[in-house]
Design a protein around this ligand. Structure first.
Ligand SMILES: NC(=O)C1=CN([C@@H]2O[C@H](COP(=O)(O)OP(=O)(O)OC[C@H]3O[C@@H](n4cnc5c(N)ncnc54)[C@H](O)[C@@H]3O)[C@@H](O)[C@H]2O)[C@H](O)CC1
Ligand SMILES: [K+]
Length: 481
């Protein structure tokens, strides 16, 4: 989906924008007319030769859009039948129905026929609970018949806030939404339940769409470019020295992948800090990546006298080793940037909040399972979206939290959040997290501020995956950076 306005809105925030637009120069019916006309145009474009439009109308303004759509399609010569509820008196939906009065049949009476297109105008931004049983049954009948669905604003049953269904929910082939994306359109499974997404301009002034809730789609407007601008003056130290801690001999490969990824992603120099028992194994594999034997806290403290060591990755393949906490503390006390991933995260399972006392740049990169280990209370609160959870975790730890998934949320303690929703599913391969940790480390070593560094790294990780072959390994992913 090519989206100009990358700001994301919660349904409540979009409702406030609606009201501000209507208080200003625009009228509710005017907005509804444009919304309905746009959906009708999309139906005609994507279902040419449409045999019958089945418009399901709810009691509110989503339903109002449905009545406008019915009028436009009928005037275009498409057979239209409406099912659902009558609109509430005195609302814009009532105006829409009066502009095209007609029979609204009972939902229970709809039986799918070949050539039908269901246009779902039952509930949109106002959905606040599971849909009633008669709608659940219709959703099931439509799914069983394979009837295509064009959703108005949101598929009914999908929370526009969390991106999670409130219960039974349409799986739409296409969704047309208005003015800007809602968070529920890009969070999973919402993004999948929407099908192809269209955002149409219905005349709301852009000044009203500059909402103060800084949640955006992750794109260059957040991080600039994904790779550092390497010019003649940017000698290797200018691009920063990245250190990746190696695990023991048996699991030294993960740190190598992080290190090689960091080098390809633009760190000036990369060193693997190996425990003595892994040095030989690492030496056999490392060429452009350097190595140093670091066996304990004292050796690390001594090495940190070199203030060119800019950023550290701790966790990939490190093992369940009490040194994790000592190493993290020493790096952060020295004011160096730290990426905590994998074993580096789970070592802090019960004490992650202890990291909040360090002001040095920190980036945590938990996947779903690690997030649950670190923040179980946040996952147990169903009222929270993935954005809320990432933001609260970031504030709790005073760190950037990269809450990974096909809908990765990058959140900062100050409330900023970006959603990366174009990562290919082939990223779900062993070692992909090690690679991301290395790219984040390189971005920090380049001197980017931590939120922008994490956003750029997540974007580059997804870009590399798109370039890599379909059945890629982590090595293919590194080669594609
Ligand atoms: N700028 C825009 O985005 C515009 C959006 N428009 C459309 O307006 C709807 C939002 O309309 P609203 O009346 O606030 O809510 P809904 O129509 O989604 O819901 C109606 C009503 O239904 C009740 N309800 C909620 N959930 C359930 C449920 N599960 N079962 C039964 N009843 C339920 C609740 O009382 C709701 O208030 C937006 O989606 C757009 O389609 C404007 O038309 C144009 C501008
Ligand atoms: K809908």
């Amino acid at each position: 989906m090519a989206i100009e306005n990358t700001r994301l809105f919660t349904p409540a925030a979009m409702g406030a924008v609606d009201r501000a637009a209507i208080d200003g120069s625009l009228s509710g019916p005017g907005l509804m007319e444009r919304a309905g006309a746009a959906v009708a145009a999309s139906a005609l474009e994507h279902w040419p030769g449409l045999k019958r439009a089945i418009i399901l109308c709810g009691p509110g303004n989503n339903g109002g859009d449905g009545h406008v759509i019915a009028r436009h399609l009928a005037r275009a010569g498409v057979p239209v039948e409406r099912f659902g509820m009558k609109p509430r008196e005195g609302t814009d939906a009532a105006w829409a129905f009066e502009s095209f009065p007609g029979v609204i049949a009972a939902l229970a009476d709809y039986r799918p026929e070949a050539g039908d297109l269901i246009i779902d105008a039952l509930f949109g931004a106002g959905l606040d609970r599971a849909v009633p049983d008669e709608i659940a049954k219709l959703i099931e009948r439509a799914a069983n018949a394979g009837t295509p669905v064009l959703a108005v604003d949101l598929p009914s049953g999908l929370s526009g806030y969390s991106g999670r269904p409130t219960g039974p929910c349409f799986r739409a082939d296409r969704t047309v939404t208005f003015a800007a994306l809602k968070t529920g359109h890009v969070l999973l499974p919402g993004r999948d339940l929407c099908g192809e997404l269209e955002v149409v301009d219905i005349g709301i002034p852009s000044r009203l769409l500059a909402n103060d809730d800084p949640v955006v789609l992750n794109d260059p407007s957040v991080y600039g470019t994904t790779s550092p601008a390497i010019d003649a003056s940017s000698h290797k130290y200018a691009r920063g020295h990245l250190v990746v801690f190696s695990g023991p001999l048996i699991s030294s490969g993960a740190s190598r992948m992080s290190a090689q990824a960091g080098l390809r992603a633009g760190a000036g120099l990369v060193t693997v800090a190996s425990p003595p028992g892994a040095v030989m194994a690492q030496s056999a594999h490392l060429t452009a990546v350097m190595q140093r034997s670091v066996g304990d806290a004292d050796a690390l403290s001594d090495w940190l006298k070199d203030d060119r060591l800019a950023a550290f990755v701790l966790g990939p393949g490190f093992g369940h080793n009490e040194l994790v906490k000592d190493y993290a503390r020493i790096v952060l006390e020295a004011g160096r940037a730290l990426v905590l991933d994998a074993d580096g995260l789970t070592a802090f399972a019960d004490t992650i909040a202890d990291l909040s006392s360090f002001d040095a740049p920190k980036v945590l990169t938990p996947h779903e399972g690690e997030f649950r280990r670190l923040f179980p209370d946040l996952l147990d609160d169903d009222a929270l979206s993935k954005i809320d959870r990432a933001r609260r975790a970031a504030s709790r730890v005073n760190a950037i939290v990269v809450y990974k998934g096909a809908d990765t949320v990058i959140a900062a303690p100050d409330g900023r959040a970006a959603i990366n929703c174009d990562a290919p599913s082939k990223l779900a391969t062993a070692g992909s997290g090690d690679v991301l940790a290395g790219i984040v480390g390189a971005s920090l070593a380049n001197g980017r501020p931590p939120f922008e560094a994490a956003c750029a790294a997540v974007a580059l990780h997804a870009e590399a995956a798109r370039r890599a072959p379909d059945h890629m390994t982590a090595e293919d992913l590194i080669a594609a950076i």
